[in-house]
Design a protein around this ligand. Sequence first.
Ligand code: SF4
Length: 250
Amino acid sequence: MHRGIIFSIEEFGVNDGPGIRTVIFLKGCPLRCAWCHNPEGISFEPQYMKKKTGRTLCGYAVDATALAEKMRQHRDIFEMSSGGVTLSGGEPLAQPLFAAEFLRQAAPVHRVIETSGYAPAAAFREIAALADLVLFDLKLMDDEKHRQYTGVSNRKILENLEHLRTSGKAFIIRIPLIPEVNDNEANMLAALEAIQGATSLLRVELMPYNKFAGAKYPMLGQTFAPPFDVAKAPNVINVFEKHNIKTVIL
Ligand code: SF4
């Protein structure tokens, strides 16, 4: 019986894995990406959000077994669209016992995890093995810049990516394109080098920065002041297609 803390469950999601999905957003993330558009997913503690409809508590505990049972009950509906359930966040791997138990028990529903890859190797390997598909967010290949813009080193992330690359597990690389931060050829070529040769890579998804990413910060009483020009459109550099890696721009 493992309990986790989540901040939202969204039904009919179409952006986080195949088909129509229920997306479960886990609360808590060890990173501090300067462009994070889900600031309510960063703290592990429940917190209030001020919305037009009033003040709502963001973050509540759920039981992995009960939540998985609920997802299994919707199996027929998921299967009609080849969809399923996605664990997102925040960082799902930051609650490894909950995530592992949920994924184990949600089978045979199709299960996806969306992760930054920032986790101890053992947790990453166990949870990736339990998922049917991994959405791996790859932000910055240069470690110093990664520390500068996300608050942590990318060493563990790249080690876990290397495991994924050779594991045979189906995965998709998602790269947020942040103006003047990672939207340059050197970063993309380094990303290409890290994933080349992966036989189970389905595609790369390039995700241009969303200008409205800062909208939720005032609702939490926080200020959004990223160290880049939010008005500037990022460069969309696609080095992947040339190397026969399917690429989509979201
Ligand atoms: S990894 Fe995701 S949830 Fe965590 S800070 Fe970065 S963008 Fe936000």
